[in-house]
Design a protein around this ligand. Structure first.
Ligand SMILES: [Zn+2]
Ligand SMILES: [Zn+2]
Length: 233
């Protein structure tokens, strides 16, 4: 009776499509929850995680120019309910970091890669952070670090004046120079496995630019993990 009254007064709304949902304990309607099927890594490039078309294991782009990142992955394409959830999170619905980071960690563990020694968030410029009021990548990195029981090191900074990637052409994204990023706190990473965490990736250029800086600290391998990957063709 109380539950029925509560549903009437405060109908639960699906976080992705805004449809009413009967069960207030759920964040998503059955339709959106069912559409959240993590990407199959076997159909993606072993390095940059772009969709393979005619290629086997490694995409043409990575064959032509091997990225600095050892391997990148993401549970979802930047479309549908996953994109909606990410946009809600980026607009300040911070509780969603729990759901997003759970999917991300699940996808990373599925690849059965060496366990990371530490987690490093991909930084945004201080101007961008000030505009938004929080750092999505740091929030996600903190949760991924808690789930994997690994330390989170905010080692990198990003220069202001470096536009967000989504406003740049694919060519400009690919040409993103490592100099966009700098050591905030240089550390000896000799032999370490690092997991870079960000909210979304387009090309793996941002992750690679960060990996290039981390390689100066002699990290053995640098993996990248985001919630969404944009499908660029
Ligand atoms: Zn929905
Ligand atoms: Zn690739």
């Amino acid at each position: 009776m109380i539950a029925a009254l509560r549903n009437l007064l405060f109908p639960a709304i699906c976080l992705a499509c805004h449809a009413e949902i009967a069960d207030q304990r759920k964040l998503l309607c059955p339709c959106c929850a069912g559409a959240l099927v993590p990407l199959d890594p076997t159909s993606r490039c072993l390095i940059c995680f772009s969709a393979l078309i005619d290629e086997i294991r490694i995409c043409e782009g990575c064959r032509l120019q091997r990225p600095k990142i050892t391997r990148a992955t993401a549970p979802f394409s930047d479309t549908g309910p996953a994109k909606e959830l990410l946009e809600r999170f980026l607009s300040g619905h911070l509780i969603l970091k729990e759901l997003l980071s759970a999917y991300m960690t699940f996808q990373f563990l599925k690849l059965d890669l060496p366990y990371p020694d530490r987690i490093v968030p991909v930084p945004e410029s201080s101007l961008r952070r000030w505009e938004r009021g929080f750092s999505p990548s740091e929030l996600l990195a903190d949760r991924v670090g808690q789930i994997l029981e690994r330390p989170v090191s905010k080692l990198l900074g990003r220069y202001s004046g470096d536009f967000p990637q989504r406003r740049l052409s694919i060519e400009k994204r690919k040409a993103l120079q490592p100099s966009c990023f700098f050591w905030k706190k240089k550390e000896d990473l000799l032999g370490e496995t690092i997991l870079l965490v960000d909210d979304r990736m387009g090309t793996s250029a941002t992750l690679s630019a960060c990996a290039a800086v981390l390689s100066e600290g002699f990290a053995a391998r640098v993996y990248g993990l985001t919630f969404c990957i944009e499908e660029l063709f």
